[in-house]
Design a protein around this ligand. Structure first.
Ligand code: XMP
Ligand code: MG
Length: 182
């Protein structure tokens, strides 16, 4: 796997410090509350697991699954909800946790969908943000890093379902997906 990585963008240690910073901010902002952290599968599973273990507040964990990507590296624009949370979100403080905000297609679909459930509050937390590729506006309350337009993998992020278990975030060598185009 490492041979497919062009450059390590964020090391395990950098990610650890970044996730600690976000956990501290959420703890402070939600003091006295029990937020529901909704991870968007599959990409957020590592980030969410690390994030909640650094938080001191009581929390609930839920998952949803949405997908705007096929197996390639470009968003298709249409977002499928493949798995929805079944808990009653009425009156709850919800934090949507996503690995990466890219075109904004996924979150701009999920945010209104969840706000419609009469939540008390809803905020978005993303580990990575690629602002240069935004097509739809998304308001982000917690952001780990803004990154340039490169395809990144590791720490939950995949290319064609691979590389999620890398303990760092790296830029994938373009030849890996260029060779793969069929
Ligand atoms: P949108 O375009 O809807 O994208 O904001 C969000 C989803 O796109 C995936 N994505 C990536 N996955 N490396 C990845 O492994 C990337 O560089 C990348 N950019 C976008 C991701 O699944 C995210 O949930
Ligand atoms: Mg994803």
């Amino acid at each position: 796997m490492i041979q497919d990585i062009e450059k390590i963008l964020f090391s395990t240690e950098e990610l650890d410090a970044c996730v600690s910073r976000i956990a501290g901010q959420i703890d402070k902002d939600y003091a006295g509350k029990t937020p529901i952290m909704i991870g968007i599968l599959q990409g957020s599973f590592v980030f969410l697991a690390d994030l909640v273990r650094k938080m001191e507040l009581p929390i609930q964990v839920e998952f949803m699954s949405a997908s705007s990507y096929g197996s390639g590296t470009e968003s298709t624009g249409s977002v499928n909800i493949r798995l929805d949370s079944s808990v009653d979100l009425k009156g709850k403080d919800v934090i949507l946790v996503e690995d990466i905000l890219d075109s904004g297609n996924t979150l701009s679909r999920l945010v209104p969908l969840l706000k419609d459930r009469q939540v008390n509050s809803l905020e978005v937390c993303v580990l990575l943000d690629k602002p240069s590729r935004r097509v739809r506006e998304v308001e982000v309350a917690y952001r780990g890093y803004s990154i340039p337009d490169a395809f990144v993998v590791g720490y939950g992020l995949d290319y064609d379902q691979k590389y999620r278990n890398l303990p760092y975030i790296g830029i994938l060598k373009p030849e890996v997906y260029e060779n793969d185009l069929d």
